[in-house]
Design a protein around this ligand. Structure first.
Ligand code: PAF
Length: 281
């Protein structure tokens, strides 16, 4: 496509994409909430490599925030966002809240056990909000492929379930976590950390990484190690550290008997909530 198109209404979005699809072009979609960083850029570049037309949405979705203060303090940097991605994106969808939610949304999703652990427990309603916006965006954009980061590992599982439950014709592409130079998983929330907190936050990834080398490597040993190490930093307020089956996300007692096992952590540093994960198997 020639030049970047910035679209604010659903009607125009559907219209433009209808024409693109009629011309037989494949569509790659990267949903975001803005404050874009190199993690987002990795998704966008991958979409650019794999599909003919790339759509990126920038919308801070209020229905997935279970705390008003988190929504209000969520960074908003639209000009910088566009400058960062314009080389790789054809369409940026930047709607207002009223455009997406002309009426209060009433969608209710049931993801069973998948949403009864970790983020689902700590942030009630969060995944219903994520599913609400992602389903609407998928319906309007109808992408061939949609790109999500593995940092939000549980979100990825929820999206895959959403696609399955609704028989959606979109391929979900999972992209690896992109990290800062100190190992901290990139996140839009990182820019709310003070320089001291940023340095401190690098220990999360370091501890997770070290926990993959524990011997003997049992679930109990790994848990003890991670909890002890994190406990050495009084500024960390641990929300959870779980060792979970990569597909069901249910806690495991043993590494054996599972195809893949992940360690997932959520920590508050000041009022900034950070999540990260690591693969044990
Ligand atoms: O991962 C995010 O940034 C958001 O949860 C998403 C997928 C854009 C939905 O608002």
């Amino acid at each position: 496509m020639a030049g970047l198109l910035i679209i604010e209404t659903v009607e125009e979005l559907k219209d433009v994409l209808f024409r693109i699809r009629s011309n037989g072009k494949s569509i790659g979609f990267v949903p975001t909430m803005g404050a874009l960083h190199d993690g987002h850029l990795s998704l966008i570049k991958r979409a650019h490599d794999e599909t003919e037309v790339v759509v990126c949405s920038i919308f801070v979705n209020p229905t997935q925030f279970n705390q008003m203060s988190d929504l209000e303090s969520y960074p908003k940097t639209p000009e910088q966002d566009i400058a960062k991605i314009e080389e790789y994106v054809d369409i940026v969808f930047m709607p207002t809240q009223a455009e997406i939610y002309p009426e209060p949304p009433s969608e209710k999703f049931d993801f069973g056990q998948l949403e009864k652990v970790m983020e689902g427990t700590s942030r009630p309603g969060h995944f219903n909000g994520v599913a609400t916006i992602v389903k609407r965006l998928f319906d309007w954009i109808n992408p061939d492929k949609a790109y999500f980061g593995e940092k939000d590992f549980q979100q990825l599982a929820i999206i895959r379930q959403l696609v399955k439950d609704n028989n959606l014709d979109v391929q979900i592409v999972a992209c690896p976590i992109v990290r800062e130079s100190n190992g901290l998983a990139m996140s839009s929330r990182n820019r709310r950390l003070t320089p001291e907190q940023f340095v401190l936050a690098g220990n999360i990834a370091r501890i997770l990484e070290a926990s993959t080398r524990i011997t003997p490597c049992t679930v109990q040993n790994v848990k003890e190690f991670v909890n002890n190490e994190l406990g050495k930093y009084p500024d960390f307020r641990l929300d959870y550290f779980e060792i979970a089956d990569e597909n069901t996300l249910q806690p495991v007692a043993d590494f054996n008997g599972h195809d893949g096992v992940m360690g997932c952590v959520a920590i508050y540093l000041g009022d900034v909530r950070l999540i990260d994960n690591i693969r044990y198997k």
